[in-house]
Design a protein around this ligand. Structure first.
Ligand SMILES: Nc1ncnc2c1ncn2[C@@H]1O[C@H](COP(=O)(O)OP(=O)(O)O)[C@@H](O)[C@H]1O
Ligand SMILES: [Mg+2]
Length: 626
């Protein structure tokens, strides 16, 4: 329950909606509570008619005006006897008919007003809940964006999505319906029970007896309902994951001839889904009858006890009618106590899940809001780094100096820590120990946004969005600078322009699920184009030429020479051919720098680098099928 306190700031932000909503609830109920009274008056009028017919009358007869008629009559200055002859039975009957019609009209009017205010209630409170839902979603999303990569590795995507969609909707049910029905219950209970007590205390107590029972039973029923519907939903998402995998893996599935196996799997899961749904439907079906049974019980008590009291002359027939309506009016609010309780419980659980993420502090914080200018002089001093979640020490005591405008190449086996160095320069992680400085400034003190803007990063695992090629290349640019010339230029330097030109839609070609699939090498080159389109001060290419052949690689590297001119470049690769022209090369092994120098120095050293060079030269001469 305490988790929901997080929402108070929003309730405060929309306090006027809430207060107005409360006033509308009160207004709507005031009119609502007035309606049964009109029914009572109509009933009592009918009793009068019966009286008139059961005895001889001596004209003129004085008609007992129902209070609401009397009030209106006073306001309008009317008198029924003005236009009715009350000296005959027929005349009296006509007057009563007229009064009844008048009461019916009045009833209609009051109900209409009740409805209008109900509309306004929903327009304020439910709208408020939607507005808060919007704000909360944005708050969660905003926070997500600040959280570091480690967080995203610890939590799976489904969980992240659920908290921002499912859980926020649950919370909205608390903000909207739960608050609205709770206020409504309080207001209505005070008004209705007050009205009932003013008629007859004993009858009121009898009639109210079944209502708490109603609340409690609805609470249990709705808990069972929720629990079962959650199971159905979970099974539903299992089913969709299953089918989604089957469709995206259709090639493997067909090639291995596993259709029948998958089909059986699917049928089994569907069967589970069916039985879970049927279980849910069973409780659903019980819900309404249970309510109706309890209302019926109250109604029977009203008529029985009320009947006895009417015979004794304590109350009138009209009072019984009035009570029946009160009971009906109170039923849903009392039933909603149970429903609202379970809503609030679910919302609290959801909000707790949301809070868990909201209270996760971002590991990488921007400490500097002043703009930082970055030239690109990168220095690593005794830098070590361990991934907290795996405990792997990926870098040990790294010392590096990459002067502005020079190229550092990193070569080494997979898992040697190459990508980790790139991650640290982008400040996707902070070093565990040691210092990284850029232009003599500790990296932690540089404005994070400026740092990232100054870097063009081509990650090892290429990710392209399901969007046009042009938009993918322009991803890192503000829309006003993203001219088609710039995009074309970048793609030409990344040596992918000629491929793009071959597609029917050229730069407007859609990628991804509904578009075309690029080959691995084409994807890498689009990714390179995206990085260089920003014209960054620091370029990081993380093994981004692994999927292109040596010939294409040479062309790209030639093109990139121009781009890299004057820019600090980190070039990660496992191919000597890529790195040999770099100003300095480091050979990384298990997070340690084994060798360091230029290509010639390292070849002359005849160490690890030289061995790798020999091996790759051989491979080039007699290409091995990978
Ligand atoms: N996000 C991560 N969480 C935990 N361990 C990681 C993560 N990324 C890499 N590692 C580990 O750190 C080591 C260095 O990885 P990495 O820098 O990616 O190597 P390389 O790029 O040279 O292949 C590896 O042992 C790898 O398993
Ligand atoms: Mg890597």
């Amino acid at each position: 329950m305490r988790a929901l306190a997080h929402l108070n700031k929003y309730l405060w932000r929309y306090k006027w909606q809430l207060i107005l909503g409360m006033l509308f609830i009160v207004a709507s109920n005031l009119f609502g509570i007035y309606a049964p009274r009109l029914i009572r008056e109509a009933f009592d009028l009918i009793t009068q008619t019966l009286e008139v017919y059961s005895k001889e009358i001596d004209a003129p007869y004085s008609l007992a005006l129902p209070p609401s008629v009397a009030i209106t009559q006073e306001i309008l200055g009317l008198d029924p006897s003005d236009f009715q002859d009350l000296s005959s039975k027929k005349g009296i009957a006509a007057a009563i008919t007229l009064l009844s019609v008048f009461l019916a009209g009045f009833y209609l009017f009051v109900s209409l007003l009740k409805g209008v205010f109900l509309f306004f209630t929903r327009q304020t409170i439910i709208v408020m809940s939607r507005l808060i839902e919007f704000d909360l979603k944005n708050e969660v999303y905003d926070h997500y964006q600040k959280l570091s990569l480690g967080f995203y590795r610890r939590n799976n995507t489904g969980d992240l999505m659920n908290r921002i969609s499912e859980d926020v909707s649950q919370v909205r049910m608390y903000l909207g319906p739960a608050i609205m029905y709770s206020i409504n219950l309080v207001v209505l209970a005070i008004l209705a029970i007050g009205a009932m007590l003013s008629v007859n205390v004993e009858l009121t107590l009898y009639v109210l007896m079944p209502l708490p029972l109603l609340s409690v039973s609805i609470y249990y029923v709705s808990r069972i309902m929720n629990e079962r519907s959650e199971k159905v939903q979970r099974q539903q998402s299992k089913l969709s994951t299953l089918t989604q995998e089957a469709f995206s893996g259709i090639r493997v599935l067909k090639a291995y001839n596993r259709q029948e196996f998958i089909q059986n799997n699917f049928a089994r899961e569907c069967n589970t889904y069916k039985s879970l749904s049927l279980r849910q439907v069973k409780v659903d079906a019980l819900f309404m009858p249970a309510i109706i049974l309890l209302i019926g019980l109250s109604t029977i008590i009203t008529i029985y006890v009320g009947g006895i009291k009417a015979i004794q002359g304590e109350i009138t027939i009209g009072n019984i009618a009035e009570f029946v309506i009160y009971v009906n009016m109170l039923t849903w609010p009392f039933a909603s106590v149970g429903w609202v309780t379970s809503l609030v419980q679910r919302a609290a659980a959801s909000q707790e899940r949301i809070n868990e993420f909201l209270h996760t502090a971002p590991e990488i914080v921007n400490k500097n809001s002043e703009p930082s200018k970055i030239a690109g002089n990168i220095i690593f001093e005794n830098v070590s780094f361990s991934y907290t979640d795996s405990g792997i020490e990926a870098l040990k005591n790294i010392n590096l100096s990459v002067p502005k405008g020079s190229t550092l190449a990193i070569i080494g086996r997979t898992g040697s820590g190459k990508s980790t160095i790139a991650n640290l320069i982008c400040r996707l992680y902070d070093a565990s120990s040691g210092h990284i400085t850029i232009d003599q400034q500790p990296i932690e003190e540089i404005n994070l946004n400026d740092l990232r803007c100054a870097i063009g990063y081509v990650p090892q695992d290429v990710f392209l969005f399901s969007d046009t090629i042009a938009n993918n290349i322009a991803f890192g640019l503000d829309s006003e600078v993203a001219t088609s010339k710039l995009i074309r230029d970048a793609s030409q330097k990344a040596y992918v322009e000629h491929n793009i030109e071959d597609f029917p839609d050229k730069f407007e070609t859609l990628l991804g699920e509904r578009g075309i699939n690029l080959s691995g090498g084409q994807k890498q080159r689009v990714s390179i184009a995206r990085a260089i389109a920003r014209k960054p001060q620091i370029l990081i290419f993380d093994d981004c030429l692994s999927a292109v052949d040596t010939e294409t690689e040479e062309k790209i590297l030639n093109n990139l020479q121009m781009v890299m001119n004057g820019k600090t470049t980190i070039l990660i690769s496992h191919r000597i051919s890529t790195v040999k022209t770099a100003d300095q090369i480091i050979v990384l092994d298990s997070g340690i720098i084994l060798e360091q120098g230029t290509h010639h120095q390292l070849v002359a050293k005849k160490g690890e680098y030289y061995a790798l060079y020999q091996k790759q030269l051989l491979e080039e001469k007699e290409p091995i099928d990978h």
